[in-house]
Design a protein around this ligand. Structure first.
Ligand code: CMC
Length: 434
């Protein structure tokens, strides 16, 4: 396991109200970040905290991912994202997230073998895909399929069964993703092949047909692997918090992750990568409209946002976006196709980063700004972009779920509220309501 630093608890913050004061403990994490521990607040004062969007609320202690949003730092289990992106593979990163340490050669070999040999879906799953409308978006299909895995693997939750469930989720996600795409275009699904690595297997299942084999370009497979690494975890974001929240009721792993996929679908979260390309295409269709679009994004009376820009945590350049911007050039060079989308994206970024509004609001490109440009250049259909995000996030969701499950401080997630509705009133019978 990774070296874990027990957060130091100090006597600390004093809260004064109505002439009384309460001293609350202050918790310090291993990177020096601090929190006021309010667990005793309601018991001692009757009050709760109010924090819509949980922007100031730490929901757990976690030893998995560290982000410093001001400095643009992202580390998995202490390892900088740039180092992992440059030297690691997705399955190595998955192991790291799950186990807290980089795998030995033998551990990675066994894990890769296990994942490779669990990629098949039960044949009955064909009926599941057949039941979906032909034009179904692959995201809800993927969420439903992952939830449906719980009906195939109903074993009691022993450590061994859980280990199998983890391998199955990571192994079957690319198969589910590719099957949902093939179904949407009316082509037969392609079985996974054990001779191929994780990313190559996915690309082949997407693009081969029974009539024509698909030769996987190693540059593109490496780009997919890189994208998966960059998406693998991102601490307590919306979908991960959802996975933890659902899991806190002791719902099983498949059910918890299925809920996470649904949370990821929203355009303010993982769905932004599809929205970025829709935005770039709109700008491309209306010649010279980058400036016009940015003005709309700045206008308080207009709900338009510059998709792929801004982040709850990063208040400087998202390090994942920087890595992807470079990778975009490489993939597009390999495809030997000029990318109008990349040109427009770079132009938008250039204008936005000089614009007072974006500078003063600390809005920078996030991971979704360039990922869609790469997917598009590779021929991955737009409605699959967020499914790719889900495929990458799988080990992170699982690692966070395991950490939640093994944390003695975990309680069922059950926030409070400030009620603002009607106070008690007398029921009016229908006859008197007119
Ligand atoms: N374009 C224009 N204005 C923006 C944008 C944007 N993309 N993002 C934030 N703002 C403004 C917002 O209008 C607000 O302005 P003001 O304070 O003047 O009212 C201010 O910045 C703060 O915005 P917020 O919505 O309160 O910030 P948040 O932390 O709740 O939202 C966000 C974070 C990611 C939802 C938001 O920046 C956004 O909607 N971005 C576009 C969608 C997007 O790219 N999402 C992908 C996020 S990265 C992948 C992931 O981890 O899911």
């Amino acid at each position: 396991m990774a070296p874990q630093t027990t957060p130091e608890t100090q006597a600390g913050a004093t809260l004064s109200l109505d002439g009384k004061s309460l001293t609350l403990p202050v918790v310090r994490g291993s990177e020096g970040e601090t929190a006021v521990d309010v667990q005793q607040l309601r018991a001692k004062t009757g009050m709760i905290t109010l924090d819509p969007g949980f922007a100031n609320t730490g929901s757990c202690r976690s030893a998995i991912t560290f982000i410093d949003g001001e400095k643009g730092i992202l580390r998995y289990r202490g390892y900088p994202i740039d180092d992992l992106a440059q030297h690691s593979s997705f399955l190595e990163v998955a192991w790291l997230l799950l186990h807290g340490a980089l795998p030995t050669r033998a551990e990675l070999g066994t894990f890769t073998h296990d994942v490779t040999h669990h990629t098949l879906l039960h044949e009955d799953f064909d009926r599941f895909f057949d039941a979906m409308p032909k034009d179904a978006h692959p995201m809800p299909v993927a969420a439903a399929a992952v939830g449906a895995l719980a009906t195939y693997y109903q074993d009691p939750e022993t450590e061994d069964n859980l280990r199998d469930a983890i391998v199955r989720l990571i192994a079957k996600m690319p198969t589910i993703a590719a099957y949902s795409y093939k179904h949407s275009i009316g082509q037969p699904s392609m079985y996974p092949q054990n001779r191929l690595d994780y990313a190559s297997n996915f690309l082949r299942m997407m693009f081969a047909t029974p009539c024509e084999e698909y030769e996987v370009d190693p540059t593109l497979a490496r780009a997919i692997d890189l994208l998966l690494i960059l998406h693998a975890d991102h601490e307590q974001n919306c979908s991960t918090s959802t996975v933890r929240m659902v899991g806190s009721s002791r719902a099983n792993l498949f059910a918890s992750v299925s809920a996470g996929i649904s949370a990821l679908w929203g355009p303010l979260h993982g769905g932004a990568n599809q929205k970025v390309i829709e935005m770039l295409e709109r700008i491309a269709a209306e010649e010279g409209s980058a400036e016009v679009f940015l003005n709309r994004a700045k206008d308080k009376n207009d709900t338009t946002r510059l998709m792929g820009f801004g982040h709850r945590v990063y208040k400087s350049y998202d390090p994942r976006a920087a890595i992807l911007k470079k990778a975009c050039g490489e993939v597009i060079g390999r495809m030997k196709s000029a990318s109008r989308m990349l040109d427009i994206a770079m132009r938008l970024e250039e204008i936005a980063l000089k614009d007072d509004y974006f500078v003063s609001h600390k809005l920078y490109p996030n991971v979704d700004f360039y990922s869609g440009v790469i997917y598009k250049a590779m021929g991955i259909p737009m409605n699959m972009f967020t499914v790719m995000f889900a495929m990458g996030r799988m080990p992170g969701w699982i690692a966070q779920w395991l950490e939640m499950r093994n944390d003695p401080d975990t309680k069922i997630a059950r926030p409070r509220q400030i009620y603002t509705g009607a106070t008690q009133r007398a029921y009016v019978p229908m006859a008197k309501r007119g």
